[in-house]
Design a protein around this ligand. Structure first.
Ligand code: SAM
Length: 285
């Protein structure tokens, strides 16, 4: 990211005041709306003070804190600004016009953070007995992905594995939809082949969901081994190559005229069912 402030933002202590949309720092932050720029810089944007406080408590590394003039002097904002400076980050005080441009919103949040992205390596994932992971085959919709990350967090799952070409978990839209859970849930990515190899290596119990699944999802014993749930792509569902790797093919029985459930809804049903089994196991013991 460009750290050259040639157009001279005014310095107040360690805070830089910026009102110009053409300032190079602001241009760089705006560029984070593109995946290419997020990948090149290894950073992404999260909006809202609560989210930023949570992220910093969870140990995420902040690069830049941006707040609106109107938020100046608020104790929590000042605290976050001090922590950002202490961590070697940049603090920017900007006009509402600049915040709107950065977040692409008419009524932007007062505080925005630029964080370093964090991926979990698939090879570092070792499954514990009561772990549940959810793997998503070629998920396309940022809203679906964000909702699934949020739901995985709420259900107590360990993390989300993105299989194949998927939408970016660190896009603004996905991060928004996670409502902060992006900072609480591990995210890994893998090609289809690497995912299959890993599944065999860690001896996961792979429960794949399929509209033509042979087993009612309520009849599966999720306590056999650490479970990995596998969900199919929004348009085409699960390919045969992945379905063949499953230890169980689960179906959520439906009524009415709908062909299928929305991917995020189906993921929620599966996650809470799998976790319910594991929680009843710990209550029994
Ligand atoms: N046209 C696609 C198909 O034929 O599979 C529909 C895909 S559906 C919108 C996306 C994913 O949600 C599916 O691949 C599956 O993982 C899950 N899903 C949706 N409804 C389901 C159901 N009733 N039973 C099991 N899985 C379901």
């Amino acid at each position: 990211m460009n750290q050259d402030y040639r157009d001279g933002p005014r310095r107040v202590g360690q805070v830089k005041e910026i009102t110009s949309l053409t300032n190079p720092i602001i241009k760089d932050i705006k560029a984070l709306s593109a995946k290419k720029s997020r990948e090149e810089t290894g950073t992404f944007m999260a909006e809202g003070l609560k989210l930023i406080i949570d992220a910093m408590e969870l140990g995420w590394s902040i690069r830049t804190l941006v707040y609106a003039k109107a938020a100046k002097g608020k104790p929590l904002v000042e605290q976050m600004a001090a922590k950002t400076v202490a961590a070697g980050g940049l603090v920017l005080e900007v006009s509402e016009k600049v915040l709107s441009a950065i977040t692409r919103r008419d009524n932007p949040q007062m505080v925005v953070g630029i964080f370093q992205s964090q991926w979990t390596n698939l090879s570092d994932i070792t499954l514990e007995a009561d772990d549940t992971w959810i793997a998503l085959d070629r998920v396309r919709d940022p809203g679906n992905l964000g909702t699934i990350i949020r739901t995985a967090d709420a259900a107590g799952a360990a993390g989300v594995i993105l299989v194949g070409e998927t939408t970016d978990p660190f896009s603004l839209e996905t991060v928004r939809a996670t409502m902060g859970s992006i900072f609480a849930v591990k995210i890994a990515r893998a090609s289809e082949q690497d995912f299959v190899t890993w599944k065999k290596k860690v001896s996961a119990y792979l429960v794949a969901t399929h509209l033509a699944g042979a087993i009612d999802y309520r009849r599966i014993d999720y306590r056999k081994k650490p479970t990995v749930l596998l969900m199919g792509n929004e348009q085409s569902g699960l390919p045969e190559t992945l379905a063949r790797q499953a230890d169980a093919l689960a179906r959520i029985p439906q009524q009415g005229r709908a062909d299928s459930l929305n991917l995020a809804v189906a993921s929620g049903v599966m996650l809470f069912e799998a976790r319910r089994h594991l929680l009843s196991l710990s209550e029994d013991s």
